[in-house]
Design a protein around this ligand. Structure first.
Ligand code: NAP
Length: 306
């Protein structure tokens, strides 16, 4: 079978850290071109934008690694050019845009894959399996990282549609919606938005899943140890997912750490979806973020500079 000719769009941190190695490691894909205003990849033909790339270069699919604001227009252009599309998280800035993309992909009979890379972390599948027949009593989510360390100079992240601390926080919500047996609802929230910025640096969410209270603390100003953990109290003890879901500890067991295969798994799945011309879009993490923005008590806090 001929490999899928892939265009990679938005050559920034995640494209270089994760997408390029995952594509190179999957023989179902041939990296054929890139589209980015400044970023280039050695040995690969680069274009300034997706329209120029699609017009000049025979492709089957694109993978979008740009910031979420603008991704709808890029994805729509690709779908209308008959290309299969893989989206970094969050899939777009609004729910309406993602729903419109689903309709457009259906009409064009191409694949649309909204990825949630944290769901591919090694502990997530085992956590879902273990929790499936347990009574969930309470859930604590702590997603606390240093914006200056992980997102240096990424001004867009605190702009409109940048998601702020929900950029990492939505990863926790993607895991929670995947492992908890009942639907999650936001009941109340607070957000700290720095003066002069549009998106929050910190947020607290009170949620419910079945009869269980689910509390989430998102913080972008965490120096020292970085925390990406979910603890689930059940009638059979507490399950812990740490390090973004890559480490799992079930009650009475030692921690288990497996190799990081998140992006390898995403491209494997994309290859399957392309072969079937299938659509895989789960809106639940984005819907929870949208609900939090609707319901939150927003507090203006002191200005922030990178
Ligand atoms: P980034 O380093 O800022 O890279 C994004 C690239 O997109 C930029 O280098 C830029 O390249 C291009 N771009 C196009 N339009 C842009 C605009 N209006 N503003 C800024 N850049 C624009 O961001 P990233 O960390 O790779 O994140 C990109 C996406 O991946 C986000 O949705 C993020 O949530 C997701 N993600 C990031 C990480 C992570 O650890 N960083 C992990 C998982 C997922 P040109 O200037 O060449 O156009």
């Amino acid at each position: 079978m001929e490999p899928v000719r892939l265009g990679l769009v938005g050559i920034g941190k995640i494209a270089r850290d994760q997408h390029l190695p995952a594509i190179a490691g999957n023989e179902r894909f041939a990296l054929t071109a890139t589209a980015s205003r400044h970023g280039r990849v050695d040995g690969v033909t680069g274009y300034d934008n997706i329209a120029e790339m699609a017009a000049a270069c025979p492709l089957d699919a694109v993978s979008l690694c740009t910031p979420p604001d603008g991704r709808y227009q890029q994805a729509l252009a690709a779908i209308e050019a008959g290309l299969h599309v893989m989206l970094e998280k969050p899939p777009a800035v609004t729910l309406s845009h993602v729903e419109a993309l689903i309709e457009a992909a259906r009409a064009a009979n191409v694949t649309l894959f909204a990825t949630w890379h944290s769901r591919e972390a090694a502990g997530v599948g085992p956590a879902r399996a273990w929790l499936a027949d347990k009574h969930i009593e309470a859930v604590r989510i702590d997603w606390k990282e240093d914006i200056r360390r992980w997102h240096p100079g990424q001004e867009w992240i605190l702009g409109p549609g940048g998601f702020g601390v929900f950029d990492p926080g939505i990863n926790a919500l993607s895991i929670a919606t995947s492992i908890l047996p009942h639907e999650l609802f936001v009941e109340s929230a607070t957000m700290d938005v720095p003066e002069g910025r549009a998106s929050p640096l910190a947020a607290s969410l009170q949620m419910r899943s079945g009869s269980a209270e689910v509390r989430a603390e998102f913080d972008f100003l965490q120096t020292g140890p970085q925390t990406w953990s979910i603890e689930v109290d059940t009638d059979h003890g507490t399950l812990r997912l740490t390090q973004g879901g890559s480490v799992i500890q079930r009650p009475g067991e030692n921690e288990r750490t497996e190799p990081d295969l998140e992006y390898a798994r995403l491209y494997e799945r994309f290859a399957h979806l392309v072969a079937e011309r299938a659509i895989d879009v789960d809106l639940r993490p984005l819907r929870l973020v949208a609900d939090a923005f609707l319901i939150a008590d927003r507090r203006v806090v002191e200005p922030f500079a990178f």
